[in-house]
Design a protein around this ligand. Structure first.
Ligand code: GDP
Ligand code: IMO
Ligand code: MG
Length: 401
């Protein structure tokens, strides 16, 4: 039995989707435990290229149960469309379940997010209504997935939300829409505790696929430029309803450099001339454009202060260092070792580049010595082993150590 949690160690888009798809081979159960379709988790495997929003990346591995857990915020239309897209290319989703306690993201949440983002006080969200759905959850005025079983009850909750009274926001949802959602989603609803505890009792391997990264956690991140959920490992236990001490492995996914989308503090942000070669044009699935919004990602150098912080919060047992190959063409690679005393001004150490192709390397020893030194520096600084190194976007472009 193992309970493994995969989380982002930076600002999101570290490659959690690829690592979840890769590690699903050892899992019986893969779950999303927070966030919603603000996620864009890119997977490239034998079935094609997928940008996953709500469905866990374990769905490509036969025999795995996939679960959208209680702490998530689920837009029914997005989930139905995602299931259709997967089914159209022959992916079996018959063992994909949705917690009856998951919160729903509804059209008025999206509308409100869009309106708030149109103001100068917008924080650069993905405009998917995620923060708004969680806000109504905290007000205890939000329908949950299980409420789709009883449309009258669902409409009563909508009425209570409407009573809050937000000018210009229409809370009504046509009954035909609610019936359509119910028809598709009620059959996949599950009572979450018996499902999760059944897996634990049977000694299964559970994998929790985090969304976003620690710097965007609602409590620990760069508030207010954060998401509205907990992006940290212990929330997997809160969301799924088991004691946090049952988590056996926490895997931090870190990019070999950094990226961030949206506004907010980003100390090691690169200038555009440095960023452009890493970003690419958007033609390739691993170019640095938002998998959800298509926005050009802000890029930065690796920041050890961020990784130390991520480790402090999450307690990593191991790291997956992704996109090492993207540094192949750089003559010099900068790493922020710390911030100048009393500031968040990065102090950099320059590492020599390796100026060679790492994408064909199958073992750590086959990597150029400069690349090995880069990896060893990170693990020595954090005292956490880098167990996986990503050297390409495809599922098996991973050097396992
Ligand atoms: P996530 O949100 O954490 O799942 O990450 P995204 O999918 O949003 O962004 C990560 C991007 O990096 C995707 O385009 C992946 O295909 C790509 N990727 C992940 N690991 C690697 C790697 O090791 N090398 C390369 N070249 N691309 C990678
Ligand atoms: P994955 O799971 C990168 C960012 C938004 C914004 C902030 C709040 O693919 O790593 P929200 O829509 O959540 O209210 O926006 O969080 N953001 C992401 N950035 N990757 C994501 O997901 C993101 N999900 C949200 O850009 O700064
Ligand atoms: Mg992403």
């Amino acid at each position: 039995m193992a309970i493994t949690v995969i989380v982002g160690a930076q600002y999101g888009d570290e490659g959690k989707g690829k690592m979840s798809d890769y590690l699903a081979k050892d899992a019986d159960f893969v779950a999303r435990f927070q966030g919603g379709d603000n996620a864009g988790h890119t997977v490239l495997n034998q079935y094609g290229v997928f940008k996953m929003h709500l469905v866990p990346c374990g769905v490509f591995t036969p025999g795995v149960i996939n679960f959208i857990g209680t702490g998530t915020a689920v837009n029914p239309d997005v989930l139905i469309e995602e299931l259709d897209t997967l089914n159209d290319v022959g992916i079996d989703t018959s063992e994909l379940y949705l917690s009856e306690r998951a919160q729903l993201v509804l059209p008025y949440h999206v509308q409100l997010d869009e309106q708030m983002e149109a103001r100068s006080s917008g924080i650069g969200t993905t405009k998917r209504g995620i923060g708004q759905a969680y806000a109504f959850k905290l007000l205890r005025k939000n329908p949950r997935a299980g409420d789709l079983r009883d449309i009258d009850e669902f409409e009563r909750i909508l009425g209570e939300a409407n009573d809050i009274g937000i000018p210009g926001i229409d809370f009504a949802i046509p009954r035909s829409t609610l019936e359509r959602w119910a028809e598709r989603l009620v059959p996949i609803l599950r009572e979450p505790l018996s499902l999760v505890h059944g897996q634990i009792a049977a000694g299964k391997n559970l994998l929790f696929e985090g969304q976003l990264g620690v710097m965007k956690d609602i409590d620990q991140g760069i508030y207010p430029f954060v998401t509205s959920s907990h992006t940290t490992a212990s929330y997997a236990a809160v969301s799924a309803g088991f004691p946090a001490r049952l988590i056996t492995d926490v895997i931090g996914v870190a990019k070999a450099f950094e990226s961030a989308v949206g506004k907010g503090h980003f100390p090691t942000e690169m200038g555009e001339d440095e960023a452009a070669p890493l970003r690419g044009t958007g033609e390739n699935p691993d170019d640095e454009y938002g998998a959800r919004t298509g926005r050009s990602r802000r890029l930065g150098w690796l920041d050890m202060e961020v990784l130390r912080f991520a480790h402090k919060i999450n307690g990593f047992d191991a790291l997956a260092l992704t996109k090492l190959d993207k540094l192949d063409a750089l003559a010099e690679i900068k790493v922020c070792t710390h911030y100048a005393s009393g500031t968040s001004e990065p102090v950099y150490r320059a590492f020599p580049g390796w100026l060679s192709d790492t994408t064909k390397c199958k073992t750590f020893d086959a990597l150029p010595t400069e690349a090995q030194a880069y990896v060893r520096f990170i693990e020595a600084e954090l005292n956490v082993p880098v167990r996986w190194i990503g050297n390409g976007p495809v599922r098996d472009d991973v050097i396992a150590r």
